[in-house]
Design a protein around this ligand. Structure first.
Ligand SMILES: Nc1ncnc2c1ncn2[C@@H]1O[C@H](COP(=O)(O)OP(=O)(O)O)[C@@H](O)[C@H]1O
Ligand SMILES: [Mg+2]
Length: 361
């Protein structure tokens, strides 16, 4: 089949490699000059909302999917009659707005932090009084890697935060004193067959994912996350890979956000699981059965952010992935994955990698 992929960044590149291995061709749409996925298939160079380019992509493809979250849902609606689009654009629409995302968690019975819709300074003052401080003010749309967020720690921050982010639609969220962060990754195909991966533990720095480790050896948390994943995938009549970010607080989980696409915290599945998230996304959107998601040991993944040191290109352990991007502070340029027989050994390997990884933010 030919798979049309909107977005030709590193996620598109890795989807493309997986699709090629499964015998498919890929065609991409991306506005950038030299996007990472160019190495795996032709790229239509056009804006994500260009109706003509989107129509060409759909006409030339058997199925259309996306790796980029800010594709206008209306633009997707225009091409829905030409080729099937997976994941369903309605799911994308819900993920694009933090308010509808939170309402979705409520509808599907997934616990989440307290939040309020914020449209004015007085809304924020009321939220601070009701939820308490600290709280996080976030733009409802277009946030990524911690951008569009302001932590309101004291009453004097309230006006500051509103001046910084106001003018856009906002939400305020309880500050969660989490023990750690995890993500759950699941996949559902056109026929409704679901597979889920183990929980992945994620560490962020400055809002950007830095290190992931899998599996999280906690049966109760894992079972709970699998239940949440099934609720979401079924409620959305979802097709493809979905990632759910959660906070671990004591023995409970609170949903933070979800991504209707393959996810950075699932990169370890390329070497560390029997079927990668990328292969499973391709299998799902082409309506094949998902492949087995068991881990092949204890996996660790470290992102290469802003720059790639000489040493990181031939690391002492693990597999180096180079996205072929121009270095820029804060940009994800590649990653390295290690797989070990125990969690402790995985940590030792990650510590070795830390010695050769440099970053610029
Ligand atoms: N309510 C919160 N309480 C504590 N930490 C938070 C909260 N919201 C976000 N964070 C921290 O900021 C990171 C980025 O926020 P997130 O909502 O996931 O936005 P993004 O879309 O930028 O990933 C989270 O992974 C977490 O570390
Ligand atoms: Mg996030």
């Amino acid at each position: 089949m030919r798979i049309g992929i909107i977005g030709a960044g590193q996620l598109g590149q890795m989807l493309g490699f997986a699709a090629r291995d499964l015998g498919h061709e890929c065609l991409f749409l991306d506005p950038s000059e030299n996007p990472p996925a160019r190495v795996v298939g032709p790229v239509i160079q056009a804006p994500f909302d260009d109706p003509v380019a989107l129509a060409v992509l759909a006409e030339k493809s058997d199925v259309v999917t996306y790796e980029f979250e800010n594709v206008p849902v209306e633009a997707l609606g225009e091409i829905a009659g030409i080729a099937p689009i997976y994941p369903p654009p309605a799911a994308l629409g819900q993920a694009q707005d933090r308010l509808s995302e939170k309402r979705l968690f409520e509808t599907t019975g997934i616990p989440l932090p307290a939040y309020r819709q914020i449209d004015s300074l007085s809304d924020l003052e009321a939220a601070a009084a009701e939820i308490g401080l600290p709280l996080v003010l976030k733009t409802r749309r277009f946030g990524y890697d911690g951008k569009g967020q302001f932590v309101v720690r004291t009453a004097s921050d309230i006006e500051l935060a509103f001046n910084e982010l106001g003018g856009r639609k906002l939400i305020a969220e309880e500050w969660v004193p989490f023990d750690y962060e995890v993500s759950a990754i699941g996949v559902r195909n056109v026929d409704g067959i679901i597979a889920t991966y183990c929980l992945t533990r994620n560490e962020h720095a400055g809002g950007i994912l830095r290190v992931s480790r899998a599996p999280v050896d906690d049966v109760a948390l894992t079972e709970r996350s699998v239940g949440y994943m099934h609720s979401l995938l079924e409620h959305l009549d979802y097709v493809g890979v979905l990632a759910l970010e959660l906070f671990v607080v004591g023995k409970g989980l609170l949903a933070n956000e979800f991504a209707p696409r393959v996810h950075n915290s699932g990169h370890w599945t390329i070497e560390g699981a029997r079927t990668s998230q990328f292969s499973n996304h391709v299998l799902a959107v082409t309506n094949q059965s998902p492949g087995p998601t068991e881990t092949l040991g204890y996996a660790g993944m470290i992102n290469l952010i802003g720059e790639i040191s000489e040493a990181a290109t031939s690391p002492p352990c693990g597999v180096f992935h180079d996205y072929g991007k121009t270095p820029r502070p804060g940009r994800k340029l590649g990653h390295i994955t290690v797989v070990a027989d125990s969690a402790r050994e995985c940590d030792t390997l990650l510590a070795k990698l830390e010695e050769c990884v440099t970053e610029s933010r």
